[in-house]
Each structure stands twice: as structure tokens, then as C-alpha cells.
Design a binder for this molecule. Structure first.
Ligand code: UGA
Length: 486
């Protein structure tokens, strides 16, 4: 029996969203006793009955494995606080009107925890929060009359990506612990010990991933402020990498070079690395747009003009517009056209449509009078809530149904199945063999060979006309005010 199985830590995770639910399931998976708290009664009821509110690989298996043994669900934060040694706050920190993070949910949860504390507790910020949030939580708790001997507030940022969240959590690149006291730091170290000692990876039913007994995740202990900044700075840096390669892609388009070659060449430099250099339709999701704005706001508040981040945001906005113009350049006009849209979520592997560039594009297409036949393997249900089906918007059950009689296919996110389409079949059902690919999933030469007009991002366009295929380095180039036929 492992040390954790003998002495599990009692953990409460407040918030059952993408981060909270995954963290709760993974803490149970590594042996702890977890209660997941949310004030949404219907969500908790559904979780208690075996419902899974989000699409995430391995999550159903973990919840099934630990439900009612190591993990349970409740709306009762008071009891959960009293029973827990560590309370992880994983509630939303949405963007406010000024771009700063709205911390009212964190504030409300901290106050309620304060009213329930009956002994020493370690309170852990798991949500992405701006620097100084730790101090604020301490103040809120102290204001409720709790002595500083009875609690510590730590920062333990989460770096998981949606779609691969469980693997990212259990096989992290690093575990960051921001703590002001050794007592608090050692509880967090104990919580993560099954990962940092490698004991978890020896289990025969462990979720597979890059870590192992030989390659355990490193733990970095810092101040709480540094931990808070690590999270914001990491997301802002990754978004910068994406905007950088998108700007480079636009240069590539202008001169007829292939951005995929350029990214490969850059990524071979170990100082740059190959990841997050995929040009596309711009970044989206619930994190990058919000966190870049929040970090810029933090900088402003402390008197630093982080102009670079404004540029990162501007490039991202322009990238979406450029892509829309690229579609226009393939179709000339939109009214009355029938378009097959593959991808609605902000990226493949998830059902999350928050800040999805794909939805921005769909809305613009609908505004311009096109008919949209959409397919996404997981995001249809969520999209239906914001864009209900009607005569203009149809949801389809597979890519070929969506492509039937369409004037073009638009690839708007990177589900693996979109890179493995049967191209013969696709071409045979389309009205015109046009593919505008926002994720560079296909080889332009192969697409030309197959008879497609193929436009992608940062690569020369292949214009297929009357059986003759030509490469036009300028065809994908956005010229404000201009439209281009083929
Ligand atoms: C991101 C970070 O990657 C996580 O480390 C972090 O924990 C998380 O935010 C968070 O703060 O909660 P996520 O938003 O799930 O994770 O998705 P990513 O895989 O990072 O993708 C973000 C956006 O960038 C997507 O729209 C994606 O399509 C785009 N992207 C990503 C590119 O356009 N190019 C790339 O090379 C990589």
C-alpha cells in the first residue's frame, strides 16, 4: 500500500468547470479523498448520478473509477471546508469590461470558506488570477475574524489544456507551488507526491503519458506572487508565439514561402522549440484571450506599458479577419452560397466554444447571407444554444453530409478526423472542389493533385481551374477592400 493510500489528503475543490472537475478527478486518481463543490445544484445532481458535463479524454473513466469512493459531489461548501485539509479554489475568473479579471467569484468563495473555517486549512488558488490575489484572499479571510495561524493561502497554478486535460494534469511539465510558509508548502508537496516520486506511474492502470518513474515532473517552489505571475506570463508568452507565427505566415503568403517549413526551421532551435508555432485562424478559448488582456491590465496597474501584448491581441484579431477575406477570395460573393464548416469548438478535442474563432467566422458567414452546414465531433450541442438551427444554419452528423452540394469546405479547427478525410469522397459530394483550411491540415501539392482549389494559412494557394492547377503565391493574400475570383 502506497504512502498516499495509507494517508490520503482530504481535499475540497470548489468549482466543477474544466479545471476544477479535472483537478478533482485527478486528485482522486492519485489516491486522495476529494469532494468537489459547486453552487449549481443541477450540475452537482447530474455529477452525482454519473453525468459528465464536459468532453475530455479519460475523464469519464476516472469519474467512474472513483465516484462514491474517493470522489463525491456536493453544494455544501461549509461542510466540505470543515472536512478538508486543503481547499482548492477553481472557480471562473472571467474578463471584466476593462480587460481585468473579474474576481467576484473568488471573493465570494473566500468569504464563505472564512465563515466555515474551524481549524488549520490550506487554501489554494487554482484559478488563473492576477498577482496580489493571494493577498486579497488573506485579507478577506482575516476580515472574517480568522486568525492567521488558522490558514495559509497558496498559489498552485494549473497548466492543463482542454482536450488533453487529464494527461496534462497527471503528466505535467512542472508543478508550481507558491507558498509563504513551509507548513503549507509541505501539504502541497504531499498532495503531489504520487507524481513527483513517480509512484503513480508504476500503477498498472495509470493514465499513460510522458512521465514515468524515471522521468518525474519537477516541482518549483516560489513566492505566491511569482507563482501567480508564472501562470499569466506563460499563457501570454504562448499567445505571443502564436501571434508571432501568424504574422510570419502573412509574410510567407506575400512572398510565396511555406510557413510550415519556416516554423519547422525555427522550431529546430532548442531555444525556440517547435510547439505553439502552428499558424492558423488565430487563438481562442477561455484562457488566452482573457489572460493576455488580464496580464496587460496587471502591467498597466503597476505602471508598466506592456505594449507587446496589445500587438499580440491586434495580430490575433487581424488574423481572423484575414481568414475571412481568404474565404471571400475563394468564393467572390457569399449570399446564397452553401458552405460546409468543419469545426465549431475553439480547437479540436474539446466541446468548448468560448471565444472560438470558428464561431466568429460562422456568424460572419450567416450575416453575409451564406447557408452553413456545420459539423463538429463534440461542440454541436453547445453551439446550438447560441446559434439555433434554422433555414440558414444546419447541423450535420458527419463531414460528408455537411459537404454535400456545398460550394466549399472551410476547416476551422484541428480535430484529428478533419486531417483524415476521404478526399475522393469529399470531392465527389461537393458542388465545387474548394477547401479553405484554417489549420493547414493538408499538403497543398496533394490537394492540387486531387483537383482541389486549396487555400491555407501562410502557404501558396493552389487554384484549380478547368482541370489546370496553378500555384498563386498572392491568392491567399488579404488586400483590404479587394475581392478575388479564381
Ligand atoms: C491554454 C494553455 O495551453 C494551458 O497551458 C493553460 O493551462 C490553459 O490555456 C489555461 O490557462 O487554462 P487551452 O486554452 O486549453 O490551454 O488551449 P491551447 O491548446 O493552448 O490552445 C489555445 C488556442 O491557441 C487555440 O485556439 C488553438 O487553436 C490556438 N493555437 C495553439 C494555435 O493557433 N497555434 C498553436 O500552435 C497552438
Amino acid at each position: 500500500m502506497s504512502e498516499t493510500e495509507k494517508h490520503p489528503v482530504s481535499i475540497a475543490v470548489v468549482g466543477s468547470g474544466y479545471v476544477g472537475l479535472v483537478a478533482a478527478a485527478c486528485f482522486a486518481e492519485i489516491g486522495h479523498k476529494v469532494v468537489c463543490v459547486d453552487n449549481d445544484e443541477s450540475k452537482i445532481q447530474s455529477l452525482q448520478q454519473g453525468g459528465i458535463p464536459i468532453h475530455e479524454d479519460f475523464l469519464p473513466e476516472l469519474l467512474e473509477r472513483h465516484r462514491n469512493s474517493r470522489i463525491r459531489f456536493t453544494t455544501d461548501l461549509r461542510t466540505a471546508t470543515q472536512e478538508a485539509e486543503a481547499i482548492f479554489i477553481a472557480v471562473g475568473t472571467p474578463q471584466s469590461e476593462t480587460g481585468s479579471a473579474d474576481l467576484s467569484y473568488v471573493d465570494a468563495v473566500a468569504s464563505e470558506i472564512a465563515r466555515s473555517i474551524d481549524g488549520y486549512k490550506v487554501i489554494v488558488e487554482k484559478s488563473t488570477v492576477p498577482v496580489y490575489t493571494n493577498e486579497w484572499i488573506c485579507r478577506v479571510i482575516a476580515r472574517n475574524g480568522i486568525s492567521t495561524d488558522h490558514f495559509d493561502v497558496t498559489s498552485n497554478p494549473e497548466f492543463l489544456r482542454e482536450g488533453t486535460a487529464v494527461v496534462d494534469f497527471l503528466h505535467p511539465d512542472r508543478i508550481v507551488i507558491g507558498a509563504q510558509t513551509e507548513r503549507a508548502a509541505s501539504l502541497l508537496q504531499k498532495i503531489y507526491a504520487p507524481l513527483t516520486t513517480g509512484a503513480y506511474y508504476d500503477q498498472s492502470d495509470a493514465v499513460p503519458g510522458p512521465c514515468s518513474r524515471q522521468k518525474t515532473p519537477p516541482i518549483l517552489q516560489t513566492s505566491t506572487k511569482a507563482a501567480e505571475i508564472i501562470k499569466h506570463a506563460s499563457n501570454a508568452f504562448l499567445a505571443t508565439k502564436i501571434s508571432f507565427i501568424n504574422a510570419v505566415a502573412n509574410i510567407c503568403e506575400a512572398v510565396g514561402a511555406d510557413v510550415e517549413d519556416v516554423a519547422r526551421g525555427m522550431g529546430m532551435d532548442a531555444r525556440i522549440g517547435p510547439k505553439f508555432l502552428r499558424a492558423g485562424v488565430g487563438y481562442g478559448g477561455s484562457c488566452f484571450p482573457k489572460d493576455v488582456a488580464a496580464f496587460r491590465n496587471v502591467a498597466e496597474l503597476v505602471g508598466v506599458d506592456f505594449a507587446l501584448l496589445r500587438e499580440v491581441e491586434a495580430i490575433n484579431e487581424e488574423q481572423k479577419q484575414r481568414f475571412f477575406q481568404k474565404i471571400r477570395s475563394a468564393l467572390w460573393t457569399f449570399r446564397g452560397k452553401s458552405l460546409c464548416v468543419l469545426g465549431l469548438a475553439f480547437k479540436g478535442g474539446t466541446d468548448d466554444i468560448r471565444e472560438s474563432p470558428a464561431l466568429d467566422i460562422v456568424r460572419q458567414l450567416l450575416n453575409e447571407g451564406s447557408k452553413v452546414n456545420a459539423f463538429d465531433p463534440a461542440a454541436e450541442e453547445r453551439t446550438r444554444e447560441v446559434i439555433p438551427p434554422n433555414a440558414q444554419m444546419r447541423y450535420c452528423s458527419d463531414p460528408y453530409e455537411a459537404a454535400t452540394d456545398a460550394d466549399a469546405v472551410l476547416i476551422l479547427n484541428d480535430w484529428p478526423e478533419f486531417a483524415e478525410l476521404n478526399l475522393e469522397r469529399l470531392r465527389s459530394v461537393l458542388r465545387y472542389p474548394i477547401v479553405v483550411d484554417g489549420r493547414n491540415l493538408y499538403d497543398p501539392a496533394k490537394m492540387a493533385q486531387m483537383g482541389f482549389t486549396y487555400l491555407s494559412v501562410g502557404r501558396p494557394a493552389n487554384i484549380h481551374h478547368s482541370g489546370i492547377s496553378t500555384q498563386d503565391p498572392q491568392a491567399g493574400l488579404y488586400k483590404p477592400g479587394a475581392t478575388r475570383g479564381f
